[in-house]
Each structure stands twice: as C-alpha cells, then as structure tokens.
Design a protein around this ligand. Structure first.
Ligand SMILES: [Zn+2]
Length: 468
C-alpha cells in the first residue's frame, strides 16, 4: 500500500487517486531567468523518481510542469541585458531542458509556458471578480484573501495569525489593498514591461494564477498530486488553493500536496552571498551527471540533505560498487558453466522489500539499503561460484527494474568484443599460466593493462574487465 506525506493533512496517508489508476500530477517548474541550481536539481530528480515509481506500480500517470516565462525578476534581468523577456526566457528554458536531459529527468509528459495561457488566466480572474473574490485598484487586480475562509489551510495557520506575521504582510505592500496579504492576480503595465490586453487594461498575470490556469485547463477542477519546493507552500501554493477553489467551487483543488526539502552545502545554507551557490551545470561538470543523479535519486525528496564533498564521494563509491557487481553478472551471463542455484526467491524477496521501502512515502534511502543487501547476497553467490548464466541474466533484469525507477545506469554494458589482438594475448597468457611460466603471464597482464584491460584470475581461469 503506497502512503504519501501530505502537507495539507500533515499526515502520511494512503494514496488513492481520484479516478481509478489514473494519476494527474503537477509540479511547479522553473522561473527561467537564470541557471538551474543544485537545489532545483534535487527537487526535479525527486519528483522524477516519484513519477517513475508511480508508473512502475502500474499507475497511469500524467505529469505536467509549468514554465514561468514572465515574472518580475525575469523582466528586470532582460532589461539589464537589453533583450526581450521572451529571448531571456527562451535561452534559460533551453538550458533548463539541457540540464534535465543530462540528469535523465525524462518523466514529464508536458511542459507549458505561462504566457501561452493568457486567455485562461483572464477568464479565471474575471470569474473571481464576478464571484466577489477579486477587486481592482490602481496597479492591478488583487485576490481578497478575507473572502476565502480557509485561507491558511495548507500552512496550517489561521487568517488572523498570518495577518499578524510581519514578514508575510510585507508581501507586495500597497495601502490601497483591502488586506495586506492580498496577492496580485493581474499587474498593470509599467514602463519597459511586456504586456497583454485585458479587461483591466494592458498588463501581465500575477505568479500564482499562472499555475491554476495551466493546471485547471489541463486537468479540470481537481487533481491528485501537486509538488514543489518547501519554499512554495506559502504564499504560492496557499494562493493556488484559494484561487482554484474560489473559481471552481470544488474542494479540494488538489488531494495530495508533496513538498521537497532543501539541501545544504557543506552544512550551510546555499546562497549567492555566502559564495557557495552551485548551479546544476557546475555540479554536472565537476562530478558527472550520473553521480549527481545517483546522489539525489537515493536521498528521499522530503529529507534535508547535505551536498558535501564527502557525501558525493560516498555516492560515487556506492555507484561503482553496484556497477562492479553488475559487470561480474554480465561476465557470468556470457559464460557457460554448470547449473547454478535458483535465484528466483532472492529476486522476489528483494523486489518486495524494495516496493515496501518505496511505498513508504518514496523512501529511496531505504530502497538503496535493500539494493545493497541484495548486492551482498549476490556477491556471496558469485564468490561461491553458484550463479549460472541464466541466473545471472535474471539478476541483471532486476537491476534493470531499479534503473527504471531511479533513472540511474546501474548496468554498464560490457563492450561486445575484445580486439583479435587482445584475445590472442589472453590466450597466450592462459597457456603461460598452464605452463607455470609466471614471468611471461605477468608480462602479458601488464601489457593488457596498458591497453585498458585488466585480468582477474580465479581457479576456473581468468576474466577480463575494462578499466573505467
Ligand atoms: Zn508554481
């Protein structure tokens, strides 16, 4: 039974989609004015694992993400660079896709730009105004938070409590607003800003309404999962709930709210001012995309984690340990030996344990522990020479299932064949060993090593591996 931690109920709940096995999931995408940072990478990999696991468990998932291609910071940055907001957004959207591609984040079915939803945004604002939830002042249209009784239900605070919070009430200060915490639905055009025509004059949408326009257009009034970073709970997601439920009259807008926790860099908060800000691209260039992917795939999305040199080295070592076992299994799968042990029970048990780890709110750290327990048992059997070619292939197939869920290559294919020269040398060395000509055997081994081939000797002969 799959259980998920729902921010809305503050409990771990059984996951029951609204409609049979169909699951609709929306995750807040990037604001494309700058490079994706390592914290975003953590979040998007986390939700990619969730999406992959839901599909693995037989759910028919549709995963939607928005791209915020119009926003204050984006407009400011574009003006500084003397290019249009669209040019800047296109440039960083492309970079975002490149990063996601390298990190093997491939589960999203559809990406939608906010600026492609202006008519739907206007329609939602109009209806909110008709229903008395929106009002117009000099600089645009606002949502009257006091009209939505359940405002605060996601952050689990009362309206009065939020009003008292000085930090919160400083959101978009404007003395004309009816409540300090009212948020913007439509911003009237200022000089040097891109704009669209609307019943309230030239302007552009507020941030929160972009997401409800995209999600309601694609999913309807209610859907299953909304994900995002923990920093988005308030006011962004709280505002989405208020807008959507006021607009459609249907409650709840979203059944399960999942939030990704941040990371720390060497124990510290990541910030540009501390000089420890790392972009996803820098991390990929430094450690390799596969190591970054492995690291985030096996750290659950809801955990605060430390992105440190030590932890990354540890992830690297773990990945190569797994790959070492899968290489040995590939060698066995290619070999012809005696009949080995039946591995079906081990496979069945491991799969069950992995599912029960992931069914507990996608606990990928526990899933990794299951994989290592499995590796330990497989290595034992390999040492005892108990695995035949067929068994080796079945075990490799299970690693294939892990790859599907976690998006990491665990089985690196051995190159099909050695060159005829390599094969000749290996043969000569076998002969030398048979004749106990150790000097010659060592000489050939060194020669092969120079060419990237290492030999491992055992009682039954030697096997080759490529040095990685
Ligand atoms: Zn969002």
């Amino acid at each position: 039974m799959l259980r998920v931690s729902n921010t809305l109920s503050k409990t771990k709940e059984e996951f029951i989609p609204l409609e049979g096995k169909k699951v609709k999931m929306f995750v807040c995408g990037p604001t494309v004015y700058d490079y994706t940072h390592i914290g975003h990478a953590k979040s998007y990999i986390g939700f990619d694992v969730i999406a992959r696991y839901l599909r693995y468990r037989g759910y028919d998932l549709f995963y939607l993400q928005n791209i915020t291609d119009i926003e204050d910071r984006l407009i400011k940055r574009a003006n500084e660079q003397e290019i249009s907001a669209k040019e800047l957004a296109d440039e960083f959207t492309k970079k975002y896709f490149d990063d996601m591609n390298d990190l093997n984040v491939t589960s999203v079915d559809k990406y939608e730009n906010a600026t492609d939803y202006i008519p739907q945004i206007i329609e939602q604002i109009q209806k909110l105004a008709e229903k008395g939830y929106a009002y117009e002042i000099d600089d645009g249209v606002y949502f009257d938070v006091s009209r939505f009784e359940e405002y605060g239900k996601l952050i689990h605070r009362s309206f009065e409590d939020i009003m008292k919070d000085e930090k919160v009430s400083r959101i978009e200060p404007n003395p004309q607003k009816q409540n300090e915490i009212d948020f913007s639905l439509w911003k009237r055009k200022k000089p040097n800003e891109p704009s669209w025509d609307s019943p309230w004059g030239e302007g552009r949408p507020g941030w929160h309404i972009e997401d409800t326009a995209i999600s309601i257009t694609n999913f309807g009034a209610q859907y299953d999962i909304h994900g995002g970073g923990e920093d988005l709970i308030f006011p962004h997601h709280e505002a989405e709930i208020a807008q959507a439920e006021a607009f459609t009259g249907r409650v709840p807008f979203v059944k399960y709210w999942l939030h990704n926790r941040f990371l720390r860099i060497e124990g510290q908060k990541m910030s540009k001012s501390l000089g420890n800000y790392i972009t996803a691209r820098e991390a990929i260039d430094k450690h390799g995309a596969e190591v970054i992917r492995f690291f985030f795939s096996f750290n659950p999305y809801y955990r605060l984690i430390d992105f440190s040199h030590h932890k990354i080295e540890e992830a690297k070592a773990k990945l190569s340990k797994i790959r070492n076992t899968t290489e040995n299994l590939q060698i066995l799968a290619e070999s012809e030996g005696e009949k080995g042990v039946d591995v079906s029970e081990l496979i069945k048990k491991t799969r069950e344990n992995m599912i029960s780890a992931m069914d507990d709110n996608f606990n990928s750290a526990d899933a990794l522990a299951v994989i290592f327990e499995f590796i330990r048992k497989v290595n034992d059997e390999i040492r005892k020479n108990e695995i035949d070619s067929e068994g080796a292939q079945e075990l490799l197939n299970l690693f294939g299932e892990f790859e599907e869920i976690f998006g990491v290559v665990l089985v690196v294919k051995r190159e099909e064949k050695l060159t005829p020269e390599h094969e000749q040398l290996i043969k000569e060395r076998e002969e030398a060993r048979a004749n106990k000509d150790w000097a010659k055997a060592d000489e050939i081994r060194d020669k092969l090593k120079e060419q990237g081939i290492v030999l491992e000797d055992s009682q039954t002969g030697s096997v080759w591996k490529r040095i990685k």
